[in-house]
Write a new protein. Structure first.
Length: 625
């Protein structure tokens, strides 16, 4: 690597650490200041921070691989997360969540179920889920950044003891980057996280623009058309996905057949099914919810969530599209002749392009941008996870009256503990893809049922929430263990067959088991006290099956009105999903020089933006705070 590129990366690291540590003094005022920035940070900074936190290097490497292999229709793979969640949050959930005026997602649960035994059980299980999710994501980042850095950087950091390999070069790089990020995150809490993420967002946008510009100038239209077929750029699909590769590239069609997405219609149907319920369930108790709770008002919570969508997708997919165009022209020919094509070949396309096909200077900025993508997402989870350990478990159940300095020290310890456990889990992960599928399909699958019901059904209680979440987490854990040990099962056994099922198709099983636990836990235990329900409903104002609670409140105050925005909210969500999709397709079509489809995507973006201005933004402006 050229000294210029190394200097750019080192300057970025020093700048990030300097900003994070310099601003950390503001985090010492208490837990609210440490985890939420004292609810004093402006919404557009939080929106940039939130967008930066979603711009992770592991996810970027995964998306580069699937866009390369499957073509433009691969944008629907993102529905597994599901990215629609951001639209539903923007349209109505951000306002519902922010009205609670508390610190964490599990503390928010107490406003719904009360502070009795049932409420505390639900409060505890969502805190445990948040901690497990944070650990899982840290493992995911560990796997991704290590693989990325070891291919890019020229030094072999393999650590040997005698003839035994203690650490691979991937693992050594990952440990170094994680250590540096953990320092400023633990030191400064939310203030440092937001300040560094805004800086990192600027670097990522610059990197995306540079790589897109470089790809656009150096790769010709003829070179692209020689590799791509019309099917590659087609978003329409049938029941089965047909490989679009022809001639010497046909080996890629065989790789498509091995990835578990051959039955594309069923896969999309499952993603839609999961996406609707998961989106209404709301954000998981992680950094996304922390940003909502950190805003200064309900109105700013909605603004922040909408702004996150606006600033994230176009620059991210300019970067991804630029990388893929270079890979299609320069890397695809050498990959196509391999007889051992595998998932790992897709996961290392990103670092291969940067290593061999990006010029000096741009390489350094791109590496700094991708390193920023990792550090911003990682720091967001390191900030959010410990909040649940300290505020929702340690403070609530073990030491409720300690001074603020004590809780901040406890937060430092909790942060280190989560990072260490996540790293240990990362050592045993097979690939980025296996962790992606476990997090999106299994772990989040266990979250959906109970959190969907908490919004829409008044009778749903704390015990129902507890058993619904517990059942979902139990099945998700079994699925993860099966997946990690599938190589050890004898071919032909039922365990082997079960372990081969792609994680997305396990979602209905997890959902049904979790739903069953939710209903049984609710119906065999007393309802949540009416006073708790009335306070929650009058404050949060969700739509759904709240008839008995509404009648009680109406009897006390004849002017009280119910939320009748269900139809308009759902229509706005549909428009929002189209708006979001246009921001993904626009840069992809632009990068592959398909100008008619680029213009269509741009037109859809403009029209949906105008519609949302009248149907959503004008409504948000009328919020009282």
């Amino acid at each position: 690597m050229d000294i210029i590129d190394v200097s750019i990366i080192m300057l970025y690291i020093v700048l990030t650490l300097g900003v994070g540590i310099w601003i950390s003094k503001r985090a010492s005022k208490g837990l609210d200041s440490y985890f939420l920035g004292g609810k004093s940070i402006k919404w557009y900074y939080l929106g940039l921070s939130n967008g930066s936190g979603m711009f992770d290097v592991s996810g970027t490497a995964w998306m580069v691989g699937i866009l390369f292999l499957y073509g433009v229709k691969s944008f629907m793979f993102m529905w597994m997360w599901p990215i629609w969640n951001q639209i539903f949050i923007m349209i109505f959930l951000a306002a519902w969540i922010r009205r609670s005026n508390i610190m964490t997602g599990s503390e928010w649960i107490l406003t719904r179920f009360g502070d009795g035994k049932a409420g505390r059980a639900s409060h505890l299980i969502v805190a445990i889920f948040a901690i497990i999710a944070s650990i899982g994501f840290i493992a995911y980042f560990f796997e991704g950044v290590g693989k990325f850095m070891s291919i890019i950087l020229p030094w072999d950091l393999t650590f040997m003891i005698g003839q035994s390999e203690l650490l691979t070069s991937d693992q050594s790089y990952a440990l170094i980057i994680i250590f540096l990020t953990t320092i400023y995150t633990i030191k400064g809490g939310m203030f440092s996280v937001v300040a560094t993420e805004v800086l990192q967002y600027g670097i990522m946008v610059l990197a995306g623009l540079l790589i897109a510009g470089y790809a656009f100038i150096t790769v010709t239209d003829i070179e692209i058309s020689n590799v791509l077929s019309t099917e590659w750029s087609n978003i329409m699909f049938g029941w089965e996905i047909e490989g679009s590769w022809t001639g010497k590239y046909e080996a890629f069609n065989n790789l498509i057949d091995t990835q578990g997405y051959k039955m594309f219609g069923a896969f999309i149907g499952m993603s839609l099914f999961k996406g609707i319920f998961a989106s209404i369930a709301g954000p998981t108790p992680s950094y996304d919810m922390q940003r909502i709770l950190s805003t200064r008002s309900v109105k700013e919570a909605a603004y922040m969530s909408g702004f996150t969508n606006l600033v994230l997708f176009i620059p991210r997919y300019l970067l991804i599209g630029g990388i893929v165009i270079i890979a299609l022209v320069y890397i695809a020919p050498e990959m196509a002749v391999s007889n051992t094509l595998s998932l790992n070949d897709l996961e290392i396309i990103l670092p291969k392009v940067i290593n061999n096909h990006v010029p000096v200077g741009i390489k350094g900025l791109l590496l700094a941008g991708l390193l920023a993508a990792f550090m911003s997402t990682f720091s967001a989870f390191v900030n959010s996870g410990p909040a649940y350990i300290v505020n929702d478990i340690y403070k609530k159940y073990f030491k409720p009256t300690a001074p603020d300095k004590h809780y901040i020290k406890a937060s430092h310890i909790a942060s280190f503990a989560i990072v260490i456990i996540g790293v240990i889990m990362g050592f045993f992960a097979d690939s980025i893809n296996s962790l992606t599928l476990w997090i999106t399909s299994a772990l989040y699958g266990g979250y959906v049922a109970a959190n969907f019901l908490k919004w829409i059904w008044w009778r749903f209680n704390g015990w129902g929430y507890f058993w619904g979440m517990t059942a979902g987490l139990f099945i998700a854990t079994l699925q993860f263990l099966l997946d990690q040990n599938k190589a050890n099962f004898e071919i032909g056994t039922w365990l082997y067959d079960l372990a081969q099922i792609p994680a997305i198709y396990i979602f209905p099983i997890i959902f049904i088991v979790s739903l069953l636990g939710s209903f049984l836990g609710t119906l065999f235990t007393p309802a949540t006290p009416m006073e708790t329900l009335k306070k929650f409903y009058s404050n949060v104002r969700p739509w759904g099956l709240w008839g008995p609670v509404y009648r009680e409140l109406k009897g006390e105050d004849e002017t009280f009105t119910k939320n009748e925005d269900f139809v308009s909210d759902m229509l706005n969500c549909v428009i929002g999903v189209v708006w979001q999709s246009s921001m993904i397709l626009l840069p992809i079509y632009f990068m592959i020089r398909d100008y008619p489809k680029t213009l269509i995507a741009l037109l859809v973006f403009v029209i949906t933006s105008i519609v949302l201005k009248f149907t959503w933004l004008d409504k948000v402006r009328k919020y009282k705070n």
